[in-house]
Design a protein. Structure first.
Length: 463
């Protein structure tokens, strides 16, 4: 298995090199040169596997022998030993036609742990094998930062810096990042919003001299290995709710702002998992909904919402999907991305839009509906949804057809977003690990939202 850029100027990259490169050196995103195909017979063989066994079976298709099977197994088992349930991502039934895929049983109570616990182990593995220093750089709308820091804190030979938008993450998300005092961790609280943080991250990775000098590695979903790790739970959930030979139409409803989690589902579908429809759930920052419904990708005015992890206007994984919807046409992708850089929008033709709408539905969940959904399911099923998971459930109710079953992704524990839960008049009990955060010492550095200020901090930190 080799990896190539969506923009066509990087190709033939091995698994570990793709992992370490993160953003492709031509500014594009890395994707496998061929998506592995899984037969119906192979799917049935995987049906009875435990979660870590399924991870290994899928990873072997992408690692292509670069990591010996025994060492890969050890990495996987170490990654998921940190989860609070051996199922890792258990499935709960809410209604006859609606299931919830719980992705918040990792150390930071968010779906990002599923990928980032593995990536932390893999970075440590590479650092140990090669003896090289690795400097991780990432931006977060809330959950990525905490998960990445949890996976990399205290690891020898690794430093990690995370940018988060000041005042635009939940209090728990902020505390999960800033109460980690290990010397190899730097939190930068940046004036601006997540899109500003993400843009500066991409600019730094696109500066090849700076990237190489400071040995930068990516933790955001611009790194394909994060997408790969998230693909696994789509297979796992499908196996939990179907029987062998099932012909049921299975949808997945995915709360997403950066198009990473839902792209993992798209990848699973391209591999051969029989997903009927991918439902994209978002909030008032609904650029992705407009693209799927109208074929226009254009940022609007940024809005703060009850689901801050989706408060994103420019989705970093969108380029990966463009690559496939254009028929893997790298020249067309480059043209689209140049158009976006110059004019601030991408408009696809009717033929491409028909392809998009055959694969996706989308619904932007306004704040009031989000809160109503939390209250409704708490009253009717005694299940407490966090606001992002509530967006997924609300979108499923709007978009799923009759005689279809939908798995909605529960991306975070409600304790991380008590600001929204309390507005519903609900008093929740906090897990000990979250309740104890407010008593811990914090450490963060506040910086202006410009590239020069960020660069100065990084040079000092990375050395």
């Amino acid at each position: 298995m080799k990896y190539a850029s969506t923009r066509g100027n990087v190709a033939g990259i091995g698994f570990i090199d793709a992992f370490m490169m993160g953003l492709a050196n031509d500014g594009g995103l890395l994707i496998p040169e061929q998506i592995p195909q899984v037969s119906v017979a192979q799917l049935e063989q995987w049906r009875t596997l435990e979660y870590t066994e399924l991870v290994q079976a899928i990873f072997e298709l992408y690692v292509d022998g670069e990591i010996p099977s025994g060492e890969l197994k050890q990495l996987i088992e170490s990654s998921y030993a940190t989860f609070r349930t051996p199922e890792v991502t258990p499935v709960q039934q809410l209604k006859d036609d609606l299931y919830l895929l719980e992705l918040f049983h990792g150390p930071t109570f968010a779906f990002k742990d599923v990928a980032l616990q593995f990536m932390g182990q893999l970075y440590s593995y590479v650092a140990t094998k090669t003896g090289q220093k690795i400097n991780i750089l990432g931006a977060t709308s809330g959950d990525t930062g905490a998960s990445a820091i949890a996976g990399l804190r205290g690891k020898e030979g690794i430093k990690i810096c995370i940018l988060h938008p000041e005042g635009k993450v939940s209090r728990v998300q902020e505390l999960q990042m800033t109460t980690v005092l290990d010397d190899n961790v730097l939190n930068l609280s940046v004036e601006g919003n997540f899109d500003d943080c993400q843009r500066m991250i991409k600019e730094l990775f696109s500066d090849i001299d700076f990237k190489n000098k400071h040995q930068l590695a990516a933790i955001n979903s611009i790194n394909f290995i994060r997408i790969m790790a998230q693909t696994v739970y789509y297979f796992y959930a499908y196996f939990r709710i179907t029987e062998p030979g099932s012909t049921k139409k299975i949808n997945f409803s995915v709360p997403t702002g950066n198009f990473g989690d839902i792209f993992a589902g798209y990848l699973a579908k391209r591999m051969g998992l029989p997903i009927h429809k991918l439902i994209l759930a978002t909030n008032e920052n609904n650029i992705l909904e407009r693209f799927i419904n109208q074929g226009v990708y254009k940022p609007d005015q940024f809005k703060m919402t009850y689901s801050p992890s989706m408060d994103i206007q420019v989705a970093s994984n969108f380029e990966r999907y463009l690559y496939y919807v254009t028929g893997e046409n790298t020249e067309q992708v480059k043209s689209f991305m140049q158009q976006f850089a110059e004019k601030g929008e991408i408009v696809i033709d009717s033929a491409m839009l028909a392809i998009v709408q055959a694969e996706f539905s989308a619904y932007g969940v306004a704040g009031e509906l989000c809160l109503q959904t939390i209250s409704k399911y708490n009253e009717e099923t005694n299940y407490l949804l966090d606001p992002h998971s509530a967006c997924g459930v609300a979108a499923a109710e709007q978009c799923a057809g009759q005689a279809e079953i939908t798995v909605s992704l529960a991306t975070a524990h409600p304790a991380k977003f008590d600001e929204a839960i309390s507005l519903c008049g609900i008093k929740q009990t906090f897990p000990d690990a979250i309740a104890e955060l407010s008593n811990k010492q914090q450490r963060q550095t506040k910086v202006d939202g410009d590239l020069a200020a960020i660069t100065d901090e990084l040079i000092t930190f990375y050395g």
